[in-house]
Design a binder for this molecule. Structure first.
Ligand code: PRP
Length: 177
């Protein structure tokens, strides 16, 4: 079946400009603290984390965590499963969770609680996009790129059934299942 290209929602230039702003803000906020631990949530955050972390000007290290919630379709079940924990010790360290998208909020809500159980000095959150209309739990996003409408989005790390993750922009598609 022929696939149409996603419709651009946030252009590559707009994403890159916002990433620079977020990196500058985070660098200012953490300037007087110990090394920041950036925790990327696989898989979706890998591109955002790569760009964001390279624009920061403070001491920082990278960790990854993996969770699973959606399966391969377009519906969230609300259940979050930990697939891989952070490798390094984050006790007494400042942690910033980096997500591509906050949809229902269940994943970020779960991750905050899970990482807090490691007794870090602080846990804050950063997400490139958020679908405010879809929120099912109240979760703070300390650093947010964009609020977006409730459409299926792909690109810049976001996928639909593993497709379109590597697009440089964020686009909307109409799921077929
Ligand atoms: C996406 C996204 C978030 C989560 C947000 O991950 O990366 O982790 O869903 O949804 P929520 O706010 O409704 O919990 P997904 O499960 O699609 O995995 P992926 O990052 O590997 O694509």
């Amino acid at each position: 079946m022929e696939q149409t290209d996603p419709t651009v929602l946030i252009s590559e230039a707009d994403i890159q400009a916002r990433v620079v702003e977020l990196a500058e803000q985070i660098s200012q906020d953490y300037a007087d603290r110990e090394q920041l631990v950036l925790v990327g949530v696989l898989k979706g955050s890998f591109i955002f984390l790569a760009d964001l972390s390279r624009r920061m000007t403070i001491p920082r290290v990278i960790e990854f965590i993996a969770v699973s919630s959606y399966g391969s379709g377009s519906q969230s079940s609300g259940a979050v499963r930990l697939v891989m924990d952070v490798r390094g010790n984050i006790e007494n360290r400042h942690v910033l969770i980096v997500e591509d998208i906050v949809d229902t909020g269940h994943t970020l809500n779960y991750l905050i609680g899970m990482l807090e159980s490691h007794k870090p000095a602080s846990v804050k959150t950063c997400a490139l996009v958020r679908k405010a209309e879809r929120a099912e739990v109240d979760v703070d996003v300390d650093y947010l790129g964009f609020d977006i409408p409730d459409k299926w989005v792909v690109g810049y790390g976001l996928d639909y059934a593993e497709q379109n993750r590597t697009l440089p922009y964020i686009g909307t598609i109409t799921p077929t299942d």
